[in-house]
Design a protein around this ligand. Structure first.
Ligand SMILES: CC(C)(COP(=O)(O)OP(=O)(O)OC[C@H]1O[C@@H](n2cnc3c(N)ncnc32)[C@H](O)[C@@H]1OP(=O)(O)O)[C@@H](O)C(=O)NCCC(=O)NCCS
Length: 154
């Protein structure tokens, strides 16, 4: 079967959520586990758009909570594929809290590895990623480095 090639922009996407009272932790901020669910879903949707296959999450790397988000904030998650291997893809997800005045603050940055699975539930080949910009090349190189570190240290 033809493997195909896709650009980063072909699958990049945003998802948007409103922080409600039921999303808060005891400190009155957005609960980290809730944000992780949104990050996981957003990363998987971008990977599904790249691979056009069902997706499972293999791992998260370098998930950093940088600031809090509060009731009434709009949470904007921006996902893009930064690396495509044989059956897996690395997805960068940047999360912003948008205030009522429209200001956006970066509150989280995470990298997820998503694996495409076939009808047999086993990993299946994904399209190659076309690198078009210096920034995309930078992210690709960082993914290669993360993969080497994972193979070395588990
Ligand atoms: C992810 C999973 C499918 C990998 O299966 P596997 O038999 O190890 O398959 P492979 O060794 O062929 O790896 C498949 C790809 O995943 C990558 N991969 C496997 N484990 C990984 C990990 N822990 N972190 C990052 N990438 C991983 C491999 O590098 C490979 O990538 P490539 O094909 O692009 O080179 C398997 O471990 C699994 O099903 N895990 C549970 C996933 C799940 O249920 N997630 C939902 C959240 S609970």
């Amino acid at each position: 079967m033809e493997r195909g090639k896709k650009r980063v922009v072909d699958s990049q996407l945003e998802s948007v959520h409103l922080v409600r009272m039921n999303h808060l932790n005891s400190a009155g901020r957005l609960f980290g586990g809730q944000l992780m669910q949104w990050i996981d879903e957003t990363a998987a949707m971008a990977a599904k758009r790249h691979a056009h296959r069902p997706i499972i999450t293999a791992s998260f790397n370098n998930l950093q909570f940088l600031r809090g988000a509060y009731p009434g904030d709009t949470v904007v998650l921006k996902a893009k594929i930064v690396y495509a291997g044989h059956t897996s893809m690395d997805v960068k997800v940047e999360t912003y809290a948008e205030t009522v005045t429209g200001e956006q603050f970066l509150i989280n940055c995470a990298y997820a590895t998503e694996v495409a699975v076939g009808e047999d539930g086993k990993p299946t080949i994904v399209p190659e990623l076309i690198i078009e910009t210096e920034e995309e090349q930078y992210e690709w190189d960082r993914s290669v480095l993360r993969r080497e570190l994972r193979k070395k240290h588990g």
